[in-house]
Design a protein around this ligand. Structure first.
Ligand SMILES: [Zn+2]
Ligand SMILES: [Zn+2]
Length: 479
C-alpha cells in the first residue's frame, strides 16, 4: 500500500486554504489512502511565502524582524531532521492506523459521507488534544515533544521546530478512531490538523475577536509556548480551543509571554535540541532511589520528584522577570551569513532528495541523510562557537566533495560540474535510449566513437548518466 502523497492533484487555491483548514468535504474525500494527496509535502512554498509575509509585516508593525537568525536556523534544522525518517519509513501514524482498521475495526463509517468527514475533524482534534496534554504531563512523551518548545522566539519558523521522536508516541492517541473511521478520511485530517497549527505561531496577529472563543489562535498558542508560571501546562489545543475550556486547561493571554523551556538548553546544536531530555531522564532515572520512584520518573510530569505532586511544584518553575536575554550566537555576521548559505545549499539537496526518493538507492539516501545531519550539526557548532567547529566543517566539506565526485549528490548548477570532469576525450551525447529496466544505450555522434551500453546504478538519474556517458573512460567509474 502506498503512503499518502502520491497524488499531485492539489491546486494552488487548495494548497493555500489547507493551511487554514478551509477545505470542503467534497474536495477532500477519497476512497483509499493511496488517493490522499501529501498536503504537507506540497506546503513548502506556502510555508516560505507566509514566513516572508510575517517578516514584512513584522518590519512594518514593529520595525524589526520577528525573530533572530540563529534561532530561525535552529528551528528550520529541527524541521528538516524531523522529516528525515520519512525517507525510509512510511508515516507511523497512518500505518499503525491502517493496521488497527484492518484487524480490529468494530464497524465501517461510510468514507464518502460528509458526516464522517466532520466527525473525523473533531475526532482527530480531540486525539491531538490528549496526545499534546500527555506530551506535557508524561516525562517520556515530553522527551519527544520538548524540542518544539525550545525556541526562545515565537514566529512561524517555531512551528517547523518539530521533534523527530514525536510520531512514535502520538499515534497511540489516534488509534481509537481506527475502530470505526476509514483510514482515507483519517489520512486527510491528520495532515490538516498539523498544517492548521503552522500559522498560529506568530506575534504579528494579536487577537481574532470572536474567533478566539472557538478556535486555537496565535494568542492562545503563545500562552502554550510561554515559560511564565501562568502559561505552564495550558492551551493544548490543535484546531479548536474548546477542548481546553472543557477539560480545565485553558488560560487567556494576559501578561507578557516569555517563550521557551523553563530551563533553556542554551545551544543551537540539532542533536541536543532533539535528544537532550532523554539523557536527562536517563540520569534522573538512575539517580532516583526505589523501583516505583524510577517508574514515576518515566511516567509522571517532567517536574516530578519524590514527595512532589504528579506534575511537580509550580513554585519550582523559575519566575520570569521580563528581562530574560535569549541565547544569542557569538559568531560574527560573516560567519552567520556563511551558515545561512550552507543551510540554503543543504535545503536544495534536501528538497531534491524528497522529490526523487523513489529513484535513489538506500545507500545514496543514507549518505545524503548523513550529509544533511552533518551539515546541520556543523552549523550548530559554528553558531555555538565550539572549538571543534572548524574541524567538523572541514570534514563536512570533504564529505560534500566526495559525495559529489561519486554521483551521490546532483550538481545544483550543472554548468559547474566541470570541476569533477577529467581530461579524457569527450564525445557529445546525442541520444540516450532506454533499453531495459535500468539499461541505457548511449549513441554518440562523434566519428569513430563506440556506442556505449551500460546500466544505471540505482542512485543515478538519467541526467547523471547523460553527463557521465560523455567520458569514454567512465565505464570503470560506473562498474
Ligand atoms: Zn506543547
Ligand atoms: Zn507550538
Amino acid at each position: 500500500m502506498k503512503s499518502p502523497g502520491d497524488q499531485d492533484n492539489v491546486s494552488v487555491s487548495q494548497g493555500f486554504r489547507v493551511m487554514f483548514y478551509m477545505m470542503k468535504p467534497s474536495e477532500t474525500t477519497f476512497q483509499t489512502v493511496e488517493e490522499v494527496p501529501d498536503y504537507v509535502k506540497k506546503a513548502t512554498p506556502f510555508f516560505i511565502s507566509l514566513i516572508l509575509l510575517e517578516l514584512i509585516l513584522s518590519w512594518l508593525l514593529k520595525g524589526k524582524p520577528p525573530g533572530r537568525l540563529d534561532d530561525f536556523l535552529t528551528s528550520m534544522s529541527a524541521g528538516v531532521v524531523s522529516r528525515l525518517p520519512s525517507l525510509f519509513f512510511k508515516s507511523l501514524e497512518v500505518t499503525s492506523y491502517i493496521y488497527i482498521w484492518e484487524n480490529y475495526r468494530l464497524f465501517d463509517l461510510p468514507w464518502d459521507s460528509q458526516w464522517t468527514w466532520y466527525l473525523t475533524f473533531l475526532g482527530v482534534d480531540f486525539g491531538y488534544y490528549w496526545f499534546h496534554r500527555m506530551a506535557h504531563e508524561i516525562n517520556i512523551i515530553w522527551a519527544g515533544h520538548q524540542a518544539h518548545h525550545s525556541s526562545e522566539d515565537y514566529n512561524l519558523s517555531t512551528a517547523l521546530r518539530q521533534s523527530v521522536l514525536q510520531p512514535y508516541t502520538s499515534w497511540i492517541f489516534y488509534s481509537p478512531l481506527a475502530l470505526f473511521i476509514p483510514p482515507s478520511v483519517f489520512a486527510v485530517h491528520i495532515q490538516f490538523n498539523l498544517l492548521y497549527q503552522f500559522w498560529i505561531h506568530t506575534e504579528v496577529i494579536r487577537s481574532l475577536g470572536p474567533l478566539e472563543l472557538v478556535l486555537n489562535t496565535p494568542s492562545h498558542h503563545r500562552v502554550h509556548h510561554g515559560r511564565n508560571r501562568y502559561c505552564i501546562d495550558k492551551n493544548y489545543a490543535g484546531t479548536l480551543i474548546i477542548w481546553d475550556k472543557m477539560f480545565g486547561t485553558f488560560e487567556a493571554e494576559n501578561e507578557q509571554v516569555i517563550y521557551g523551556l523553563t530551563h533553556p538548553i542554551d545551544t543551537f546544536e540539532p542533536f541536543k535540541v532533539q535528544f537532550h531530555h532523554l539523557l536527562y531522564i536517563w540520569n534522573t532515572f538512575w539517580a532516583t532511589p526505589g523501583f516505583f520512584h524510577k517508574v514515576s520518573v518515566l511516567f509522571k510530569g517532567p517536574g516530578w520528584g519524590p514527595g512532589k505532586p504528579r506534575l511537580g511544584l509550580s513554585e519550582e518553575i523559575p519566575e520570569v522577570t521580563g528581562q530574560e536575554v535569549p541565547l544569542s550566537s557569538a559568531a560574527s555576521q560573516q560567519l552567520k551569513m556563511y551558515t545561512v548559505l550552507q543551510f540554503a545549499v543543504m535545503l536544495s539537496f534536501y528538497e531534491e532528495t524528497f522529490a526523487n526518493t523513489e529513484a535513489l538507492s538506500q545507500v545514496t539516501l543514507l549518505l545524503r541523510v548523513s550529509f544533511i545531519l552533518l551539515t546541520l550539526t556543523s552549523i550548530g557548532f559554528l553558531l555555538d562557537q565550539r572549538p571543534t567547529a572548524a574541524i567538523l566543517e572541514t570534514l563536512r566539506c570533504l564529505m560534500f566533495l566526495t559525495l559529489f565526485r561519486f554521483g551521490h549528490l546532483k550538481p545544483l548548477f550543472p554548468s559547474l560540474s566541470f570541476v569533477f570532469e577529467t581530461n579524457t576525450p569527450r564525445a557529445e551525447v546525442c541520444q540516450l535510449t532506454h533499453q531495459e529496466e535500468n539499461d541505457f544505450k548511449v549513441i554518440t555522434e562523434s566519428a569513430g566513437q563506440e556506442n556505449l551500453t551500460f546500466s544505471l546504478l540505482p542512485f543515478q538519474t538519467t541526467e547523471h548518466c547523460r553527463r557521465q556517458a560523455s567520458w569514454p573512460s567512465c565505464e570503470g567509474f560506473f562498474f
